[in-house]
Design a binder for this molecule. Sequence first.
Ligand SMILES: [Zn+2]
Length: 214
Amino acid sequence: MSGYQTIPYTIAFANELVADPIGFVAYAGRLRLAYQPSQPGDWVGSHAVKVRGMGGILRARTRDLRDDPARRGPERMRKLNTRRQWRCMDRLLCQVCGVPATDPDSGLVPWLLTKTVFEQTGLDRGRTNAPPTCWSCVPKALEECPMLREDFTLYTVTAAQSAGVLADLYRPGVLRTVTLAAHNVFVGWDNFQHHPYALAAAQVVELHGMKTVP
Ligand SMILES: [Zn+2]
């Protein structure tokens, strides 16, 4: 099996992974999942989401040591760095090289998708947790990524809008422990009843104006 020549921007390094304990704590008269001890930056979501819900959704903690090769440790090809994945979605950065993926000439964003990371929601719309891939990285991604060898579709999209998160859902267990109730489920920003139980691993966006590239 041939390895990657490139370490994709969203891939985690060993020393970026964090195993801080989580538990349920009282908040606004209910229980919500929290790191212990918690920090204000642990929860994500727009101001409106935080006000209407339980203060946002807890996001999996990770460090960002990509620019520090002496400290980051070896890459973990099966693990995503949640912070860099988030940044890619917020700013439409290429998941391979980390630079803006939007084509400056057309204003369209190239998006390489496999069936496993895509859910169609309309004729030319759909949700994904995979960030875009810039035009110059598309050939490299197709050559080096084993997932893409099996099935892929290359699209251009006109816009991407934050839709929610991909999360593990927990419920309170015995003696202050937590029990995993569901793995890798989509939780929308408007799906408030799930927010207090979710630990987000990735941001999900809804793509608009999708066109396949032959
Ligand atoms: Zn790129």
